[in-house]
Each structure stands twice: as structure tokens, then as C-alpha cells.
Design a binder for this molecule. Sequence first.
Ligand SMILES: Cc1cc2nc3c(=O)[nH]c(=O)nc-3n(C[C@H](O)[C@H](O)[C@H](O)COP(=O)(O)OP(=O)(O)OC[C@H]3O[C@@H](n4cnc5c(N)ncnc54)[C@H](O)[C@@H]3O)c2cc1C
Length: 633
Amino acid sequence: FHVPHANIKRQVSQLRSSYDFVIVGGGTSGLTVADRLTEAFPSKNVLVVEYGDVKQFTPGTFDPPTTWANPLHPEYAPFFVFFPIPSPDVKNKTGFVGAGQTVGGSSATNGQFFDRGSRYDYDSWAEAAGPGYEAWNWRGLFPYFKKSVTFHPPSAALVQKHGYTWDISAYGGSTPIHASFPPFQWEDREILWNTWKDLGLKPSRECAAGEKEGICFVPTSQHPVTAKRSHAGLAHYADVVASRPNYDLLVRHQGIRVIYPNGLQSGPPTVEVKSLLDSHVFNITATAEVVLAAGSLHTPTILQRSGIGPAGFLQSAGIPVVLDLPGVGSNLHDHSGPFAVTWNYTNPGNFSEIPERMDTDPAYLADSIAGFSENPARGPYTLGLANTAIYVSLPKLAPNHQAIVNRIRQIANDGSASSYLPAEYRTNPDMIRGYKAQLLAIANKLANPKAPSLETPWATGTSLQAFLLHPLSRGTVRLNLNDHLAQPILDYRTGSNPVDFDIHLAHVKFLRQLVNTPTMQQYGAVEVAPGPGVQSDADLVEFIKDQMTVSFQHPSGTAALLPKNKGGVVGPGLKVHDTAGLRVVDMSILSVNIGGHLSSTAYAVGEKAAAIIIEEWTVTGKGKGKAKAKARR
Ligand SMILES: Cc1cc2nc3c(=O)[nH]c(=O)nc-3n(C[C@H](O)[C@H](O)[C@H](O)COP(=O)(O)OP(=O)(O)OC[C@H]3O[C@@H](n4cnc5c(N)ncnc54)[C@H](O)[C@@H]3O)c2cc1C
């Protein structure tokens, strides 16, 4: 970060008396919106209120020292750290769930795996929501994916060395959110690439253009030369703010709630914030709009503290009900997945560059650290989480796929869907209607041989996770009743819809075939887990529960883009239902999760939301212009 100190505000006395736009949450989506609004409207002032601070050092996933995502070392990557309520259906498992707590949000602290969902994921948002939401399908989002990122093709030498492929037509932006392939890969990565081909999967030239079934190369969100993390705090704040006198950032302040002194239609609301430096609580006036962009785990807390949420819960928390909106903090879902298969090689190849060498060869480690600081950077530390993954559809991997799809459709239609929802809202007709719409949209995806159900990323090694891309189980984010300003309580309810286990089972059965492929046999692969003793479906499900990781760090759905009568929180313009001057722009709007990691989608949603807001304020000067949905499709 190289930001003139004056641009960063730390106390109320440094603020203007009012702002046109106030954005709560300076993360991936929020800063994208702030950048576009300050650019489009030089005469309108924009304030971003951010809980975290400006970090001089937000390391990449695998930068030295490699303490990334370690809850014990939040100083290296500042996180909110959650351990959800244990999920009884997965043997009371909990697990680490993080959320970025810095300027740049989770884009500044994530694993830098920079894929997109498939077109079917975004189409399913429009499908689940129904008429009026068509602009949120793939066609409606693709231009914003392109705008949001700059892809840097690798050199011919790297293509020759690592086999990278891409299709530049999937990209196109000039935005300095960088996507690139690193100069380094572990040598044994090749084994699995060939194994997947043995299993009938096909490499895809580009997986960010709508179709991603097969074997994918996935770029890293980092600079192509320095290999340093690229994130919203840099590209949408530090790099642009010097030329934007209308762009203010207030750090170390918690957005508490929004207040409508004269009724919900009198918006925009006032924003109540608390200084984390001296506990001073004060109000900020927005004259045009308030945008909540605090992420899936915090946006619902701001709404709940505002009295906007499930009436029953608000009453139990002693919060006056301003608007009964049961979807706020409901519909929580994340990708989950067991460590599906682990194996040993009895005839390991003669690979020189594998991670173990970092532990056994001090000179190699020293050279790797030195190489990371060179320009251009080189060596192992230029790697992110991984650059390769398989994405496999249910029809491709499960002989019983039709039965699974039929079961989901049956649940959606036979009146039993509500029994899988959290007790708190399983009798609410709107929430049930919305859940059924989600189930049917997911069933259509799972029936589609082009829509992936399983993701397995890898970079090296002898162990693989099997991530469920379309979970059916739903949980909640609720305020802590003991302290409404403390971190919320997450109830993941992982596995509460048992069909999730049918799908996990299919995934594990598919993956464990790998040891029998010709490529693996060449290296004498022998399965260690699940292991020869685990063969029956019942035993495999026990194994899955034992091995389950409940979060892939992709919580979503807690302020869903659905009509109100489907338990939705925001409409097609991302305005909170039945309110004026209040929108949500972050990953809480995902009614159904995507088959991919979320950061590129967070940028695209931010870009699209900004285009909607800009259009509305340009047409009428009052933010009331009818959005031209067609133009954005
Ligand atoms: C550990 C981890 C690893 C991940 N790995 C990957 C990956 O490899 N690839 C990928 O694509 N995605 C990954 N993700 C997911 C992805 O980065 C996020 O889903 C996405 O960036 C979220 O964007 P957002 O705009 O919804 O929220 P965020 O980017 O999280 O922004 C929310 C912001 O709001 C602030 N905030 C919260 N509460 C308040 C409040 N009350 N007042 C003011 N500010 C507040 C936060 O500090 C934060 O800056 C990962 C996430 C995590 C946590």
C-alpha cells in the first residue's frame, strides 16, 4: 500500500458532514463499487467504512513465511475467525471459517485461486429467483467478469514448461486486478493430470468462459512479474485514490446498523458506526444510498441489528422489529468436502522439485526465499493455492446420478423440503418456497453433464479433497444474544439434508478409482484412505463424516437475491426489499452457491452492482431510474 496518509480517515472529526454514498465494508465487492462510483461521479462523495486497517503486508497464500490462513497467526493475514456450532449430522464437527478483516477484505487474505463458476451456476440464480431476475444469469454477468480482471498470458517458455492454456476472449478488462499463471509448478503435479485423463476427463482450454467440466488450469490472483497478491485494497483503493478527492476510507470502524428515523421508504438510512479505537459511536448521513458490503457473515448482522430480519429472532434478541425479513442471515451454505482419498507410492518417481525438499534441503529453501524477492520473482513461493483442479458433473461420475436428481426433485415436490430447514424457519411459507426453488435449480444443475458437482484442486502430493459444489443443507448466521456487537453465531448444519451424503459418496467413489489407473500403477500407488477395510456405502459415509471439512471458506446465501415471497432479501437491483436507499453488494446475495471459488464472482457482482447504481443515478439524478435490464444482459 502506498496511500497518502491524508486519504485514510480514523476518526469522526476527519469526515465530511455527509456523503452521497456510504459503503459499509471495504472488501472485494465493496471497494469495487466505491472505485466505480467515485470514477463515474466526481462531484459525489463516497465513504467506505471498514472494520479492519490498511495492512502494509497482505502476503500471498504461499509467500514466506507460510503461515497463511492459520488462525493462530492472524497478524500475517488478518481474519475474523469463526468456529461454527458443531454440526450433529457430521459427528459434531466444527472447523475454521475465516473472513478477511482488512482493506481489501477476503481478496486480501484468500487462497488466490482465481476461477469462476460455470455458466449454469449463474443461470441457476436467475432460475431460482424467477421472472424479473433474468439479468443475473451468465449472459448478464459475463461482461462484468471480463471487466473486473486483467489476465496476463504466460510466456511461451512457461507454456512449453507447464502446458498452460487459456482463451483471452474470456477476459478483457484493464482493471488492475491481475490474474496470471506462476512461473513455478511442483514436478509431481503432472502425475494427477495424467491420472485424470486415464479416468476419462478432458483438459479444457479455458474454464473461465462458462464451461468448466473437465481438467482446468486456474490462474492465481497475483501480479505476473512480482508474484505479489493482487487484491481489491490495491486495485480499487490504493491505486486510484490519489486522483479521487471524492473517495474517503474510514478504517477501524464497525458498521453497527442502519436507522430509518422516518420509515423505511424515507431512505437512504443513517449509518451508525462505532470506532474500534476509542469506542465512540456516531451517525453518518448518506444523501443518496447506503450499500452493505460486509460479506456473507457480517452483512446479515448489520441488518439484524437494524431490526431488519426474522421477526421471531429479533424479538428474542430484544431488537425492535423494523422489517420482518426472514431471509436475513438464513440460507447459509458453504462448500464442504472430505479428504476423500490418500495414497502412497511404492515406486515414487525421481522428482527433484517437490515440497518435501523445502524441509530437507536448506540451500533449496534459502534459494526459494531469495527467488521470491527477485524481479521477476521465481521459485516455489510464486505459487498460490493451486493452478489445477478437476470439475466433474454428477452424470459423468455417478452411475446413480438420475436417482439422486430424482430424490432432490421429490423432496422439492412432496412436502418434505421444510423438514430439512433450520427449525427456526421451517414453518415459514416464503422460506420453504425459496428452498424448493433452490432445490429444483440445483437438481437441474446436477442432471446436467456439463455442470460440475465435484471440485478437486491439487498442486502436488498424495491426498485429495472432494468438494461438494452444490450443497443442499442450510444453516444460519445470527447475532450473539450476549453481545450484539460481538462476532455472530454460525450454525452451519452441515449434512442436515441427507442427499448431500449421497453426492459426497458418489464423489469419493469416483476419486478412489484413481489408484487403479495406468499412470498411478506406474508409480505403484496404494490406497491408504479410505483404505481396504472401507468398502460398503455405510462405511464410506462414516469415513466421509470423519474426514469432513465443513467450510471451503465460501459462505453465502445470507441475504439472497430472491423475491420476498421466496425468502429473498434483495431484488434484481440488489435493493433490500421494502426499503429505500439500501442495497447489499457482496457474497451474501448468492441464493445458491456457485461451482467455484468466490472472489472473481465478488468482483463481477461489484462491477454489475456499480453499473446498476450508476445507471440509475445518471438517468434521473435521483437513483430512481428504471434499470435497463436488457442493456445489462
Ligand atoms: C481463508 C479464505 C480463503 C479463501 N480462498 C479463496 C480462493 O482461493 N479463491 C477465491 O476465489 N475465493 C477464496 N475465498 C473466498 C473469497 O475471497 C470471498 O468469498 C470474497 O472475497 C468475499 O467478498 P465479499 O465482498 O463478499 O466480502 P469481503 O471481501 O470479505 O469483504 C467484507 C469486508 O467487510 C468488512 N466488515 C465486516 N463487518 C464489518 C462491519 N460491521 N463494519 C465495517 N466493515 C465490516 C471486513 O473487514 C471486510 O473487509 C477465501 C476466503 C477466505 C476467508
